[in-house]
Design a protein around this ligand. Structure first.
Ligand code: ARG
Ligand code: GLU
Length: 679
């Protein structure tokens, strides 16, 4: 029953067997599945209402749904909604592009932007979208030459060498191909993902922020939600329909596949599928790591970001120019800040730490006499005890020292001064320097502080005096020095210790991953195993469903224009909608998008998603587009670490709200004409 010295082939078999074995049951909606292995889930999906086949979702030889999906600039997802390369993603995913075309004179963030012809579509520097051509298990090739006597570092070097070769071979097979080899299940498996990458991607449309970011950071990560979080782009290709650098001669890309839009509506209980690029989850962590996150890391990072946000918000309030300059930066700082708070609460509420400890105790008991697993938990605990103080220093290096803008800018040899100063307001940065350096001094224990930091601080006598000198116009060289010296100290003294512990942890996790799967199987457990997110394409499925966030409260799953009008308030920046939307509401001018006297705006469902799933297509049982994913509910943000089917919900824009806005607010009928809309 239990193989003691598993060769890696049997380890691989083990994982595959577990997946196959699991498909005999009906499951809760946890999981983000590999498209190429979706056959293992398809029976469960179909039992929940899905009408298509595994081949419809992912196929190497025929066009499939995956061909209409892109990784949007590496951090979001986007999908093709016309056969002329029109793409929809979130407003917040296109935010920095919209911002970069904005100025006080033509402020597309404030007023929105609609290209009324192809000639008006705006090219973007540094924007790329990637289509997945295929993915493939390459575990054998990646581990060719592996010998169990190797150290983790030697193994890593071998993996890198073999992976580079696999990438090179894959990329040589066509124009614009980029490949990535990455581990799954902590290196028990490796896959190659091959993408076709397009870099001429133009801005086509975006609603005003008062719609696209309606509710701002107040409503962010929350339900009920009323954000029109979408923007439109178009992919351009060379005359051969292949990727090409920007040129006025490029033509709209003819996609292999585009989504039909289902505008006939959704209701509670409907099947939903989210197909996109979740960034990073950690579902198989030890309790020690979860405890560090909830008790130390998150609280400190939240405190540091609160300081930054207070300063930025204060200055943005005073000056519209500063508001534009810091709009994108502020949203980024605020986003994780708020998520971490929800995540902590969720971890505590679910008793995730205690539950993991309980499992670890049982696992330890079970592992006695099994050389592969025996003693694992104690080893983890010892390593985490050593890691914790170092990880804490790393958090402060990143969130305090390196968060001061001028420092990293000054130290960057490839300075783009125009780009930097366009969005830089020195009084903000100076106050942030004072606040964060003061916190660093207070919270990081002396033994881990860079000597340069300690010496300079004592030379000036106070952080304020240090700031006065540093923020003189002449002080770029000094700023560079602060960055270089503190990071050098960190990189030479702290990081190597962290890396070496992480190497040991990586090896333990690889074993523990197999152990958890085997334990579950042997004990007839109900846990499902799917690889942690790693910015690769995944399928999550579930259904439209409300939830109860707290005692005596129940949230229904669909929001509408009525809610926007209830929140509308010209005095509050985040809730001040455009007059035109008020007028449309007053006239009930909803056109064909009217449903029960209103217009649907957003909905929630039980799909397991994460950061990176922003912009992902939300599909119905027939694979047609019903929504665009953009968020999760606050009570469920711990799903990156532990999933609770009762409260974990993704939030999607109802596609009909986007269509209504394109039609009635923008008057961009030509865009609707490109789409295939089923009503
Ligand atoms: N929470 C969403 C995500 O993680 C939206 C973020 C952008 N919106 C904002 N108000 N900051 O990306
Ligand atoms: N807004 C997130 C993103 O940018 C998606 C929300 C989430 O983390 O689930 O990817």
């Amino acid at each position: 029953m239990i193989t003691l010295k598993l060769t890696y082939m049997t380890k691989k078999l083990l994982i595959t067997t577990i997946l196959l074995f699991s498909s005999l049951f009906v499951f809760a909606d946890e999981g983000m599945w590999l498209p190429s292995q979706i056959a293992q889930r398809i029976a469960d999906m179909q039992s929940k209402g899905f009408k298509l086949t595994a081949e419809d979702i992912y196929s190497v030889n025929n066009s499939s749904l995956k061909d209409a999906i892109v990784h949007f600039n590496g951090g979001c997802t986007g999908e093709i909604i016309s056969n002329e390369g029109l793409l929809i993603t979130n407003h917040h995913c296109g935010y920095s592009q919209i911002q970069s075309h904005s100025s006080v004179e033509h402020d597309y963030l404030r007023d929105g932007f609609w290209a009324m012809s192809r000639a008006e579509e705006l090219p973007n520097k540094n924007l790329k979208v990637s289509f997945l051509e295929y993915m493939e298990d390459v575990t054998d090739k990646v581990l060719a030459g592996y010998d169990p006597a190797m150290t983790e570092q030697e193994r890593e070097a071998l993996v890198k060498k073999n992976s580079d070769q696999i990438k090179k071979d894959a990329e040589s097979k066509g124009k614009g191909l980029q490949a990535r080899v990455a581990p799954l299940y902590y290196g028990n498996q490796y896959f190659v993902w091959v993408y076709k990458v397009f870099t001429d991607v133009r801005l086509v449309g975006a609603p005003p922020s008062s719609i696209g970011k309606f509710g701002g950071d107040t409503d962010n990560w929350m339900w009920p939600r009323h954000t029109g979080d979408f923007s439109l782009f178009r992919i351009y290709a060379g005359k051969d329909n292949e990727p090409a650098a920007y040129s006025p001669d490029n033509v709209p890309y003819k996609p292999k596949r585009s989504f039909k839009i289902n505008a006939s509506g959704i209701k509670e209980g409907d099947f939903t599928l989210v197909y996109g690029f979740p960034g990073r989850t950690n579902e198989y962590l030890m309790s020690d790591a979860v405890r560090y996150t909830a008790e130390l890391s998150n609280p400190h990072k939240i405190k540091l970001r609160t300081l930054r946000l207070d300063i930025q918000n204060r200055e943005m309030e005073k000056d519209p120019a500063v508001r534009i300059q810091y709009a994108s930066k502020n949203a980024n700082v605020s986003n994780a800040w708020k998520k971490w708070q929800g995540e902590m609460k969720g971890i505590y509420k679910m008793k995730a730490i205690e539950n993991k400890q309980e499992f670890e105790a049982k696992f330890t008991e079970w592992s006695k006499g099994k050389p592969e697993y025996e003693g694992l938990v104690e080893k983890f605990t010892a390593l985490y005890a050593a890691l914790e103080p170092l990880a804490f220093v790393a958090d402060y290096q990143k969130e305090a020292i390196n968060a001061v803008e001028i420092l990293s800018y000054a130290a960057n040899p490839k300075k783009d001064s125009a780009a930097f100063y366009k969005d830089y307001f020195q009084p903000i940065d100076k106050d942030i320097f004072i606040a964060l350096f003061t916190e660093y001094d207070k919270s990081v224990s002396d033994q881990y502080k860079a000597p340069y930091f300690k010496e300079t601080l004592s030379k000036y006598g106070s952080v304020e005096a240090w700031a006065d000198d540093l923020f003189n116009d002449e002080s770029l060289a000094k700023a560079a020095q602060v960055y270089v010296e503190t990071n050098r100290y960190f990189n030479d003294n702290i990081k190597p210790q962290i890396d070496s512990i992480n190497y040991e942890l990586a090896l333990l996790y690889r074993t523990y991953m197999r152990g958890q799967i085997e334990y579950n199987k042997v004990n007839r457990g109900t846990r499902v195993f799917y690889p942690d997110a790693n910015s690769t394409l995944r399928v999550a499925y579930g259904s439209v469903k409300g939830y109860s966030p707290s005692d005596a409260v129940y949230y229904t799953p669909v929001s509408s224009l009525e809610g926007i009008m209830q929140k509308d308030n010209p005095q509050i920046y985040d809730y001040n909608i455009p007059q035109k939307l008020r007028d449309l509401y007053a006239a009930k001018d909803y056109g064909v998008w009217e449903v029960d006297g209103s217009v649907p705006v957003a909905f929630i469902a039980t799909n397991h998603t994460s950061g990176g799933n922003s912009g992902s297509p939300v599909l119905d049982a027939n694979g047609n587009l019903i929504g665009v994913n953009f968020d999760r509910v606050w009570e469920g943000t711990m799903s990156d670490v532990v999933f609770d089917p009762d409260v974990c919900r993704n939030i999607a824009l109802d596609i009909r709200y986007a269509l209504f806005l394109i039609d009635k607010l923008a008057g961009a009928q030509h865009l609707l004409d490109e789409m295939e809309i089923i009503r």
